[in-house]
Design a protein around this ligand. Sequence first.
Ligand code: NAP
Length: 207
Amino acid sequence: MMNHIDGFIVQLPLPNHINETKITDTISPNKDVDGFHPMNLGNMMLNLPGFLPATPAGIIELMRRYEIETSGKHCVIIGRSNIVGTPLSMMLSRNSNPGNCTVTLTHSRTKNLKELCLQADILIAAIGRPEFVSADMIKEGAVIIDVGTTRVDDASRERGWRLVGDVNFKDASSKASYITPVPGGVGPMTIASLMMNTLKAMELNGK
Ligand code: NAP
């Protein structure tokens, strides 16, 4: 039965009483299409073959397709999670294209966040705080990638909510050279990466 299944993902976050690492470690690295297994994360760090985490891989592909110049650019990432910020910082700083960025990885203890953001040629927000990044944190002409997706109440919608990114899109659009919308930007790229990994897993399994 298991050989008929080429890829697994665990939909995170799990309830607090369940240890996420324990669960993700039980997945075979050859079927870990989310790329969260320590073996795949280790391979990613060493630039060896393996499954890349879907969201960072989707962002890299987005940059490739839109021919975003990354070499020598200063990229500031807000958020250091294991699924977005940290792997992305490695992928963008390695000697490749897209890549060769000088990366600053920031988090909730970063003291001078606004000043750092204002130095960013490429600003990537992955924190889960709606419209946290405002125009006064953005350098003129910067490339803005908004990973955040938070549901906020919206009585004007039939379903009662809407998705909001970490960047104030309207505000930031006046300064950015490129900006990803929420929804419709990084989200679909994550899904596409996941499907690419699943296809790769099928081929790995000799099909
Ligand atoms: P997470 O595990 O919740 O971590 C959030 C990160 O943001 C942490 O590193 C935290 O710092 C940092 N942070 C929080 N408040 C901050 C502040 N005021 N200033 C600076 N840094 C701050 O993050 P995640 O799982 O990567 O998710 C982040 C967002 O991206 C969420 O909205 C999530 O839904 C979205 N997401 C979207 C996709 C997609 O496909 N579109 C995929 C994955 C995630 P500390 O480490 O210091 O706590």
